[in-house]
Structures are given as C-alpha cells and as structure tokens.
Design a protein around this ligand. Structure first.
Ligand code: VGL
Length: 206
C-alpha cells in the first residue's frame, strides 16, 4: 500500500502571509501534491496548529531562530498557523480537509513546537499516531511533499524512515524550502538516512 503525505501545505508558509513564514512559491505546489497523491491509495494531510501565546513566539523576523531552552521548542519563530487565521488555511488546488483519509494537527500546545508530523514532541517520545495509522493500513511506501523542505518535510520524512521503517520518497517537485543552504543540507541528510529524494515525480517507482 502506498500513502501520500501533504506536509503543512498552509498559507502561513507562502507569500500570501508575508508576516508569517513566507516560502517562495509555497502557494504553487497544490497541483504537484495532487499528482503525487494519484500514485497512492491513501492521502494524509498534516497541519501546523499553533496557539497565539506559544512560548517560542517573537514579534519580528529579525528575532527568529534564537535557540531556546525549552525541551520541545528549540527556536524562536514569529507567530504562524494560528487556527482561525488565514495562515492556518490550506493552499489552493488541494481537496477539503474532510476529503483526506487522515489528518494530523501538530504544535497545538504552547510549549510544543514539533517539526515532524509523527511526534508531538521534539524528543520523539509522544506519538501523534501517524506511524501507527500507516502501519494499520499496511502501508509500506510513503511519498512526501509539502512545506517546508528544510524543516517539517525533512523531519517528517526522517521520522517515517527511522521510526516507521517505511520506504520513503521525498518529491521535491511538490516541496519548497525556506532557504537554499538548509534545503541542500536537508536533502543530503535525508539521502544519508536512506530516503529517496527525487526532483521529479516521474522518478518515483515501486
Ligand atoms: C516550519 C519553521 C517553523 C515548517 C514550521 O513547516 O517547515 N518551519 N515552523
């Protein structure tokens, strides 16, 4: 069984929300995610769902990426993906939330800012149930796309490989990264972990 995962394809990570975490072309991956999903029989959506009063929130972009001492919130970020705001919404071209086979909301607690969709905590102890859900459906292969390549896509793919043992493909055609250098190193890290990082969906085969 093949599953396709749309990681955080939310307006908060697009130029539509310049005050949040805009990723260049982030709003343009909807069609590529849909094409990826056609290769799979199950489709999963993950969404950041952060409270406005989270411990990692800073008021401007220049105060971001400062290390924090919180066990499960490692860096400062500007407020993003707050339920009820535009940034929380998913990008154009994607199906309605209820059309997905499974949905994971993450980062709901004010002191938890996970990147991966498999665990609520950075320590990777408290499962969101994603791996267990995929295993219950006898999924062996997972295709991952979404935002952003260098943070949530990377960590989700690494967790699926390491903790789930799945055959993991990251489809760069359906991803966009926050910065070039971290996106490049993310691709190296994923390949070193045994993940197949492909530039185009046509390279996918099982
Ligand atoms: C993300 C930075 C902060 C992501 C989330 O979804 O990649 N990046 N929060």
């Amino acid at each position: 069984m093949i599953a396709s995962i749309d990681v955080d394809p939310q307006k908060t990570f697009t130029p539509l929300c310049p005050d949040e975490l805009p990723v260049t072309e982030g709003h343009m991956i909807g069609k590529a995610l849909n094409m990826q999903a056609e290769k799979a029989s199950l489709r999963i959506l993950t969404k950041d769902a952060h409270p406005a009063n989270a411990v990692w929130v800073v008021e401007s972009h220049d105060k971001m990426l400062i290390p924090l001492k919180h066990a499960n919130a490692d860096l400062t970020w500007v407020s993003h993906a707050v339920p009820g705001t535009e940034g929380f919404e998913i990008i154009a071209d994607l199906p309605a939330v209820t059309e997905y086979d499974h949905v994971i909301w993450k980062g709901v607690e004010p002191d938890l800012h996970p990147y991966g969709a498999c665990f609520h905590d950075i320590q990777e102890k408290l499962s969101t149930g994603l791996i267990e859900w995929l295993a219950s459906k006898e999924v062996k292969t997972v295709i991952v796309g979404g935002l952003a390549t260098d943070y949530c896509v990377k960590t989700t793919a690494l967790q699926l490989r390491k903790h789930g043992g799945f055959d993991v493909w990251v489809n760069l055609e359906a991803c966009r990264g926050i910065a070039d250098d971290t996106t490049k190193s993310a691709c190296i890290e994923m390949r070193n972990a045994g993940i197949k990082v492909i530039n185009l969906l046509v390279e996918f085969s099982v």
